[in-house]
Design a protein around this ligand. Sequence first.
Ligand code: NAP
Length: 249
Amino acid sequence: MTSFGVERLRGRVAFVTGASSGIGRAVCERLLAAGLRVAACARRVERVRQIAASDDLLPLAADLRQEADILAAFAAVRARWGGTDIVINNAGLGHHAPLSSGDTDHWREMLDVNVLAACVCTREALADMRRSGIDGHVLFVSSMAAHRVPADSAVYSATKFAIRALTEALRQELRAAKSPVRVSAVSPGYVQTEFAAKYHKSEAAAEATYGAYPVLQPDDVAAAVEYALGQPPHVQIHDVLMRPTDQTS
Ligand SMILES: NC(=O)c1ccc[n+]([C@@H]2O[C@H](COP(=O)([O-])OP(=O)(O)OC[C@H]3O[C@@H](n4cnc5c(N)ncnc54)[C@H](OP(=O)(O)O)[C@@H]3O)[C@@H](O)[C@H]2O)c1
């Protein structure tokens, strides 16, 4: 039996979005521990700096709603390490903004960050992977909301259905190009992060969401990311669906 795992990616460069909090931070911690070099971006870059005091961490300030910020972040990775080998499209947010009454700015922010920024990051990372010829990886942090529509989550759920479509579309594009690059998604249910407080604009509602039963922790999702990245070259994990055991929806 050949043993694989994320350790075989030691020295590779991973670009992680949404690194200042929750799942993105946990992914950065796992990848750094496995010996990867991690370009970690978020608006709150001071929180990214706190992940580790290591030359293998490159904290990058970027507002993903601004394409210029994304392009500058990828340029900084090229200047420091030659380019990106793995991209983790994790940054995302939800607003409680029903289709019949929601606020346009809330819809736009979800579409810009959850979908459009993931597209731009994917394109920029793939350009680097093509140049280097590496068997890189594109990974989307999706959601169980890509697989059924939770109540009142119209546009958030639509952004995650978009990610599900993009995952399959990219798989087809990569196969057509005979590329060694793989694409995967991880689709969690409730994870205890800052997400629910932002969604409901209420710490009390977040506590109710995460307090009813043991929910997933960010590192549970990071472990699934590591599992997808660590597969041998002939294995492509398409999507990992994971819920807290007690979640009914
Ligand atoms: N928590 C859950 O229950 C759950 C379930 C399923 C899927 N997910 C998905 O998991 C991913 C990570 O979310 P999380 O739960 O870890 O939430 P979180 O703790 O709120 O983290 C969200 C991250 O996204 C970044 N971000 C948001 N807007 C940004 C912008 N305009 N520019 C740059 N970065 C931005 C935030 O960084 P800054 O604010 O510092 O910029 C933060 O690092 C999201 O795609 C979410 O949809 C979460």
